[in-house]
Unconditional design. Structure first.
Length: 201
């Protein structure tokens, strides 16, 4: 079991065997958002999240999950984590984590362990299907079309669509850049995802 011994006592009211068997990632965090517990499914989940082979060795006890959260999403998550612990009430959130081929949504429940900020995260796969070509028609990864005047490509960290370089109101699904990120990529929330996270577009 990958768990900091000091964290173990905070999990006394949870079924540890069930957490270890859970198909989705379960992780425990200290109040500075460094990892104190990981279930076996976490490693598969984190590879799916970023697609980097190094992630299963880099992500271990002591690493900070804040490093994995895109800057435009950080204020939302930090506020939610803080509110969750202060109220000592579990918080639920649905988010997208799609690959180039599959649309995926995960359901996350955050259980506050102490008002001091320790938390347990339980992730479950909610939706997994092939992308709907009507909803997200695939576009060719043409850098001339998608780089802005500064040469930057902006990709939404939630839905992974890419902003058109000349028409800033247009966001296209470019599967090649979900599979492999282009150089000089910047995270920028698209209007629908801004609304989803912050209630405004
Ligand atoms: Zn988006």
């Amino acid at each position: 079991m990958v768990c900091d011994p000091r964290f173990h006592a905070l999990l006394a009211s949870f079924d540890l065997e069930a957490m270890e068997r859970h198909a989705g990632a379960v992780l425990g965090l200290w109040n500075d958002c460094t990892i104190a517990y990981l279930n076996p499914a976490w490693y598969a989940f984190s590879r799916l999240n970023k697609g980097e082979p190094a992630i299963s060795t880099w992500w271990d006890l002591g690493a900070s999950v804040l490093d994995a959260i895109s800057p435009p999403l950080l204020p939302f998550y930090l506020t939610a984590f803080s509110d969750c612990c202060q109220a000592m009430t579990p918080w639920e959130h649905v988010y997208e984590c799609s690959s180039a081929e599959c649309f995926r949504q995960f359901h996350m429940t955050v259980y506050p362990l102490t008002q001091n900020g320790e938390m347990l995260f339980v992730h479950s796969l909610a939706v997994e299907r092939q992308h709907d070509p009507l909803e997200r028609s695939p576009h060719v990864a043409d850098e001339v079309l998608y780089r802005d005047r500064q040469g930057v490509i902006s990709q939404c960290p939630h839905c992974r669509r890419v902003r058109h370089g000349a028409d800033y109101n247009r966001w296209d699904w470019v599967p090649d850049w979900v599979h492999k990120q282009p150089s000089q990529l910047s995270d920028a929330l698209c209007p629908p995802c801004t609304y989803y996270y912050y209630g405004k577009s």
